[in-house]
Design a protein around this ligand. Structure first.
Ligand code: TXA
Ligand code: MG
Length: 361
């Protein structure tokens, strides 16, 4: 594992792009100092990289919104290093929260709870609730524990871009605009955390993630899920829901396939791609199940990308592949619709947000 320093100079002395290799403990100390003086540090979590700042400092939080170009009514997730810190920032904590924390923290589950006065309104987009989680990443936990501050961290991408799963994604979005980027290698999950609102009954999953509704229901009973086809209501539950997300530059098209008959599906896909000018436009076809399309792969090998062979690996590679295809000037990314069970729900949620259209073939 290497750690890279991003910005060391002052404005009058723009930093050389040189990367310095520093020991882990030195780096953690440096990040902690930056957070204490109100700066921005990007760091890895098990889901995606976060762009972190002191959650208790209005001026530090303003820098996050500015750097990302994020609308200030879209609140941030606060990260803590110890479960016991929860009561400093959340109050009237329901029994459901306690059960979920016991089962899933540290981990990719963000809880929406009533906030305490200590948390400034800017951090929560003026809501009286807070989104809070304890990440399951050794380096993130060391950073949070060393700094001993709650760290507000949205995904470390420019607003609207795919979330970063590698440190170089963060570098490409922010270059020298933030104080430090800590490189902990690729993130393991690749999709952002599950967000669940526990201030309502039954609880509502506002953003599906790798902790699925089924896993949650086993612990606390029935929950509701906002479906990706649902238009956000006037009183938007999660402000993030109303913004377009995760879009690569390339056009993303979701393909609705005829179900049941696998052979028929592949035939339709073959016919479809035969009508596409694959020689003129760079076209990609992304699926977690390449084994379902052997003939298509034989006929159009150039449109296939290795996303691994499981839905888990597909999720892990998704945002990275979006960014790679953009770097290679791809024109259109076709993705066959997936089921919405288990991880499929989180994958389809991101797909619907990235897609400019759905095509029935
Ligand atoms: O995996 C993750 O959650 C990553 C890593 C860095 O922890 N963070 C992340 O943050 O994805 P961000 O800001 O990109 O997404 C936070 C989501 C947004 O959709 C936001 O609207 C929602 O959480 N959110 C935050 N506070 C909320 C609140 N009080 N009520 C409802 N939704 C909230
Ligand atoms: Mg985000």
């Amino acid at each position: 594992m290497t750690y890279q320093r991003n910005r060391s100079g002052t404005k009058s002395n723009p930093s050389p792009k040189k990367r310095e290799h520093t020991s882990e403990s030195e780096l953690i100390l440096r990040a902690s100092k930056i957070w204490h003086r109100g700066g921005l540090v990007a760091f890895p979590t098990e889901t995606v990289y976060g762009l972190g700042a002191n959650a208790l400092s209005e001026s530090a939080i303003k820098k996050i919104y500015q750097a990302k170009g994020r609308p200030s009514d879209n609140p941030l997730i606060v990260h803590i290093g110890y479960k016991k810190d929860l009561t400093k920032y959340a109050q009237n904590i329901p029994a459901t929260a306690k059960k979920l924390i016991q089962k899933f923290w540290p981990g990719p589950l963000t809880l929406i709870l009533e906030k305490t006065k200590r948390v400034p309104n800017i951090t929560t987009g003026n809501l009286n609730t807070i989104a809070i989680r304890m990440p399951n990443h050794p380096l993130a936990l060391k950073l949070l524990r060393q700094t001993n501050l709650p760290i507000a961290a949205p995904s470390a991408n420019l607003s609207g871009k795919p979330s970063p799963t590698h440190a170089h994604h963060v570098r490409s979005d922010f270059q020298n605009k933030i104080d430090l980027i800590i490189d902990g290698g690729p993130t393991t999950i690749g999709l952002e955390s599950t967000v669940i609102d526990l201030t309502v009954s039954p609880p509502i999953i506002l953003r599906p993630g790798s902790i699925t509704p089924q896993m949650i229901e086993k612990i606390i009973g029935p929950v509701e899920t906002i479906h990706h086809s649902q238009k956000p209501s006037k009183t938007v539950k999660s402000p993030g829901l109303k913004y377009r997300h995760y879009s690569p530059e390339a056009k993303v098209v979701l393909l609705t396939l005829p179900e049941k008959n696998a052979k028929n599906t592949e035939k339709k896909l073959l016919e479809f791609f035969q009508t596409q000018p694959t020689s003129k436009k760079k076209i990609a076809f992304l699926t977690p199940h390449p084994e379902k399309f052997p003939l298509l792969k034989k006929t159009f090998p150039q449109i296939f990308f290795n996303m691994g062979k499981t839905e888990k690996s597909f999720a892990k590679n998704l945002f990275h592949t979006f960014r790679t295809l953009d770097e290679q000037n791809y024109h259109t990314i076709y993705i066959p619709e997936l089921h919405t069970k288990e991880l499929g729900l989180a994958i389809m949620n991101r797909m619907h947000k990235a897609a400019s259209k759905t095509l029935k073939i």
